[in-house]
Structure formats: C-alpha cells, structure tokens
Design a binder for this molecule. Structure first.
Ligand code: GDP
Ligand code: MG
Length: 167
C-alpha cells in the first residue's frame, strides 16, 4: 500500500459551510490543529483509494474571510481544492467562480470539485441550476451536499482525492 499526503484547500464565500463540511468529514473536532498566526486550521483524514492510502491535509481559513483575495498564498502547494457554494445564496456561486479563476492563475490547473452545499434546504435554493449543469457539461465535478445531514460529504472529498490521483 502506497501512502501519499496531499494538501487540499477549502474555498468559497463566508458562511457557505466550509468548516462544517470538514467537521462532518473528519468526524473529530479533537484532531484539530490550529495555525492561529495565519488563521488557518488544518485537519487530517486518511482515505483508502484503490491501493493508495491518501492522507488529506484539509486547510480551512478561519474567521474573517474578507481578506481571502490577498491570502491566496494559502493555496501554495495545494494538490486540489473544494469550491463551496451555498445553494440558498446565488452570489456565493459568483464568488466561487471568481475564486476558481484566481486559484488557476496562481497555482495553475489543479483538481477541484464544485460543491453545492445546504442540500437539506433545497426547497429554498436560489442558485441557477442551469448554470451548474453547464459547468457539469464543461467537465466539472459538481456535487450537491449537506454538511447538516452528511449527504454526499464523503463522496465530495473522496471524489477530489480520486481526481488528485488521476483516477
Ligand atoms: P464557512 O464560513 O464556509 O466555514 O461556513 P460554516 O461551516 O461556518 O457554516 C456557516 C453556517 O451555515 C453555520 O450556521 C452552519 O451551521 C450552516 N451550515 C453549514 N452547512 C450547512 C448545511 O449543509 N445545511 C444547513 N442547513 N446549514 C449549514
Ligand atoms: Mg469557516
């Protein structure tokens, strides 16, 4: 069994559920490690993918994210990222698309998965579902998740892991 360690960044507008998704995925708030000086929290979770033991280092910006644009050096060395949108707030899709472009200009093309979160509130979703379908057609992985119910959360992180491994 090969062991690989990969850095993954949580990206997206404030309040979309980035921290909640990490918490749901790692299922242990006690494994948290804080880099308080740079306002980043790093969690680790090992997922077996094929015959690889993939150790995901999950980087999540804490607190005030208004300065996310200038803190994109956060992405340095990342093998991929989760781009998170709040289905109830259309503007968070625009923010995500801007972050994706910015990320690509900084670190080049690394794998990412677009997450439409808060699927438990789907009756209140306001985002343009057709736009999401167009992104799917363009080859993006787009998943609907809920950090609240756990729906598709493992699939999102593991899907990103598979993409990072080129599977
Ligand atoms: P972050 O700023 O992107 O890290 O977002 P948080 O994880 O702090 O979540 C922001 C708010 O949205 C909190 O009140 C969460 O409880 C809530 N939240 C996050 N994910 C979900 C979800 O899937 N469904 C619902 N209903 N609420 C969520
Ligand atoms: Mg957060």
């Amino acid at each position: 069994m090969t062991t690989l360690e990969k850095k993954i960044c949580m990206m997206g507008a404030p309040g979309v559920g980035k921290t909640s998704l990490v918490r749901r995925f790692v299922e242990s708030i006690f494994s948290d490690k804080y880099l308080s000086t740079v306002g980043v929290k790093i969690d680790r979770k090992v997922v077996p993918i094929g015959d690889t033991s993939l150790s995901l280092l999950l980087w999540d910006l804490q607190g005030e994210e208004r300065y996310q644009w200038v803190r994109m050096q956060y992405l340095r060395g990342a093998s991929g990222f989760l781009l998170v949108v709040d289905g109830t707030r259309p503007k968070t899709l625009e923010v995500a698309l801007g972050l994706q472009e910015n990320a690509e200009s900084r670190v080049g093309q690394v794998p990412f998965v677009l997450i439409l979160n808060k699927a438990d509130l789907k009756a209140e979703w306001q985002i343009d579902v057709a736009a999401a379908d167009r992104l799917r057609s363009a080859g993006w992985i787009v998943l609907e998740t809920s950090a609240k119910t756990g729906e598709n959360v493992n699939e999102a992180f593991e899907g990103l892991g598979r993409r990072i491994l080129g599977l």
